[in-house]
Design a protein around this ligand. Structure first.
Ligand code: FES
Length: 256
């Protein structure tokens, strides 16, 4: 189903760290039901009065009962700075849900799963953990941050194990999240975060013969597969992350 453009309303916005925000907005379109790993294009400015492009932000949480979606994002540029100024009641335009996302329904119920997130790449893994739990699957979670973890509490009730690593050693394991991961303990690993981290996760999975799905976070422009601005080089040739992804087999993107 193609993405839809919807005039929505901000329900709340919370600062989790100096640069990370949790924004909730109304979403009440029964024909466009989002799922984990998909993203929306967010915009709160008119043509000619802000950045030219909308900002792609992955879905962090969706509650059909409350008719709301939630986005966890990092302030990185002009667009996200504008989003960060929004308060409850302000207007926001959401275009989505877009992309393939993770197919939680296709994962066998007995599969042993690990989620591996890095920084703001943890955002889509929360909705994924929720969808897996709804199917009776409880994954383990491994999360890496530079210095300060965020949004970890939400994972504790959904994951068997939650392990945190920081580059600085201020919280949890001092080192890379990939150092904590033992892929041989799992049937499938699903990861989202910086490319070097996902490449490291894939390499360990490949060495252990474990399947790995990666969610790419390439820069986007149109968000609908029209501009080739988010092309990712895969074994099958160039693919657009917004239309063919953002979720790919790790072997497709990082394989030899
Ligand atoms: Fe335009 Fe993906 S952002 S093709």
């Amino acid at each position: 189903m193609p993405a839809v453009c919807c005039d929505s309303v901000v329900l709340d916005q919370i600062a989790l760290t100096e640069s990370v925000r949790l924004l909730s907005a109304s979403w009440n379109d029964p024909e466009h039901l989002p799922h984990a790993g998909q993203f929306f294009m967010l915009r709160c400015w008119g043509m000619g009065e802000g950045p030219f492009l909308s900002r792609p932000i992955s879905l962090h949480y969706w509650d059909p009962g409350k008719k709301m979606v939630e986005f966890l994002y990092e302030i990185k540029g002009e667009g996200t700075r504008r989003l960060a100024q929004l308060e409850a009641g302000d207007a926001i335009q959401l275009t989505g849900p877009s992309g393939n996302g993770f197919d939680a329904q296709a994962i066998p119920q007995r599969a042993r799963l690990a989620l591996v997130g890095g920084g703001i790449g943890t955002a889509p893994l929360y909705q994924l953990a929720r969808e897996l739990n709804a199917r009776g699957i409880r994954p383990d979670g491994y999360f890496g941050f530079r210095d300060e973890p965020f949004a970890m509490e939400s994972f504790r009730g959904l994951c068997g194990v939650v392990r945190v690593a920081t580059d600085s050693g201020r919280f949890g394991f001092h080192g890379l999240v990939t150092e904590m991961l033992e892929p041989e303990n799992y049937d499938l690993i699903l990861t989202c975060g910086p490319v070097p981290m996902m490449r490291g996760v894939y390499s360990k999975c490949a060495a252990a013969g474990v399947r790995c799905l990666v969610s790419m976070e390439n820069k986007m422009a149109c968000g609908i597969g029209a501009c080739l601005g988010c092309t990712c080089h895969t074994k099958e040739g160039p693919r657009s992350v917004c239309k063919n992804g953002p979720v790919f087999e790790g072997s497709e993107v990082f394989g030899e």
